[in-house]
Write a protein that binds this ligand. Structure first.
Ligand code: ATP
Ligand code: MG
Length: 452
């Protein structure tokens, strides 16, 4: 069934269109303003968006721009009042496919939708064909062609119809959240919500009620019932990010939820059934955490049903040129720059750099270089000092004759961390920013390398 999102601030219009389109066999969702529409589009596959041009706050033209900027795949049709066609035309310049005038005739709406769908189908076929021809791989917005990443794609496709828990591991910036979203979108649950929570960012005493909800009166400030994130994700997918940070007491509760598929809100006496697929993500090696007694073994096995490991970027250099090209294209559109590419030497530097912050660091590096770049090609001068200096470090390390990629990388990584800490006088928060890794990842690495 085709899925349509109707965005209009007027409730009567949303209702009318909902009834009309549902009668013609569409699955209809509605949003009352731009931000709400973007939220829906971030979570769900929508074939066509029908947008009212005139809305308070973010108007239809701005919303169209945002959808195009964020590369959300959907056909946009705007609705404008009779006599204000200029608005419609402006929206089409921004990327809308067509427009209809209000008040609308049923036939006109249905015909316009059919045309948009047809075009969208053609575009999809073309994109698939093109991707095949040039051997590129863009799976749900994940850019990769290296063998280990292709294997990840295969895993995602295979497990789409199952409900089993997925455990995503990988260093900071390797794309764990991106993959979690792709798992949701390509699964049979894609119509239901995707909800993400960072277990490391919420204080322990709040996390429990955040996850499971509470009943009114459960504690002093509980003035009304609150739905937990498990309930919010009903029918869909819940990403438990940084699962390694989950306090032991909550690990016990989570295990129970996973085993019994029920949750009990704080202050409630009854369990409620939930149907949620859990995807857990972590930068830690959970089996190590288990050995150290920081993570429950039973929960680890319960989570690790379908493990997916995302290799660090330095172990899949084939993906680097593809990612650079993708980021350049995207930023040209977003920033209005006209960068064509990079000089061969710059490309070599970017391929050999060990990317401790992985794809996120590459993404930021490309964006910064594009802003600094004075010509149409990015040169080594546009790269941050860390990348330039690392070239010498890489050469020195290579000169030592060490052949193990892992060992070489560790030498370089340790050196980069020492430099960043020295530069910031030991300030770990600032050092983490310079290194473009999370604060938590830095603490973890400092321990690992035994740096004082
Ligand atoms: N293969 C990829 N193709 C395109 N963009 C990617 C890819 N991998 C990662 N990115 C981008 O890199 C950034 C970091 O990815 P993401 O947030 O998913 O990483 P993460 O593993 O969750 O990191 P952290 O552990 O620090 O939370 C995001 O902006 C994401 O869109
Ligand atoms: Mg993340």
């Amino acid at each position: 069934m085709k899925r349509i999102l109707v965005v209009d601030d007027e409730e009567s219009i949303r209702l009318t269109l909902n009834t009309l389109l549902a009668r013609h066999g569409y699955h209809v969702l509605t949003a009352a303003d731009g931000p709400a529409a973007l939220e829906v589009l971030a979570d769900q596959e929508i074939d066509v968006v029908l947008i009212d041009v005139r809305m308070p706050g973010m108007d239809g033209i701005e919303l169209t721009r945002k959808i195009v900027e964020q590369e959300i795949r959907t056909a946009i049709i705007v609705m404008s009042a009779y006599g204000s066609v200029e608005n419609a035309i402006e929206a089409m310049k921004a990327g809308a496919y067509d427009y209809i005038t209000k008040p609308f005739k049923t036939d006109e709406v249905i015909l316009t939708l059919a045309k948009a769908e047809e075009r969208e189908n053609l575009r999809r076929e073309n994109a698939a064909l093109k991707a095949e021809m040039i051997g590129q791989y863009d799976f749900e917005g994940i850019i990769a062609r290296s063998e280990p990443m292709k294997q990840v794609f295969r895993m995602i496709t295979k497990m789409a119809e199952y409900k089993s828990t997925v455990l995503l591991t990988g260093e900071s910036g390797t794309g764990k959240e991106l993959i979690a979203r792709a798992i949701h979108r390509s699964s049979v649950r894609s119509n239901a919500p995707f909800v993400a929570v960072n277990c490391g960012a919420i204080p322990e005493n709040l996390l429990e009620s955040e996850l499971f909800g509470y009943k009114r009166g459960a504690f002093t400030d509980a003035h009304s019932d609150k739905k937990g994130l498990f309930a919010e994700a009903e029918g869909g997918t819940l990403l438990l990010d940084e699962i390694g940070e989950l306090p032991l007491a909550l690990q016990v509760k989570l295990l129970r939820v996973l085993q019994e598929e029920t949750v009990r809100s704080l202050g409630d006496t009854k369990d409620k059934k939930v149907d949620v697929r859990v995807v857990a993500a972590t930068i830690r090696d959970l089996s190590e955490e288990v050995k150290k007694g920081r993570f429950r073994e039973d929960l680890y096995y319960r989570l690790n049903v379908l493990p997916i490991h995302l290799p660090p970027l330095r172990e899949r250099p084939d993906d680097i040129p593809l990612l650079i090209e993708h980021f350049i294209r995207r930023n040209n559109r977003r920033l209005g720059t006209l960068i064509e590419g990079l000089t061969p030497q710059t490309e070599r530097m970017l391929i050999s750099y060990p990317w401790p912050g992985n794809v996120r660091e590459l993404e930021n590096t490309v964006e910064r270089a594009m802003v600094l770049c004075e010509g149409q090609r990015i040169t080594p001068d546009d790269l941050p000092k860390s990348v330039q200096e690392t070239q010498d470090l890489v050469h020195l390390t290579l000169a030592s004759g060490e052949l193990s990629v892992k060992k070489t990388f560790r030498i370089i990584e340790e050196e980069l961390i020492r430099r960043a800490l020295a530069k910031t006088g030991g300030n770990r928060t600032v050092a983490a920013k310079l290194l473009e890794i999370s604060h938590r990842a830095l603490l973890y690495k400092i321990k690992d390398y035994k740096i004082n």
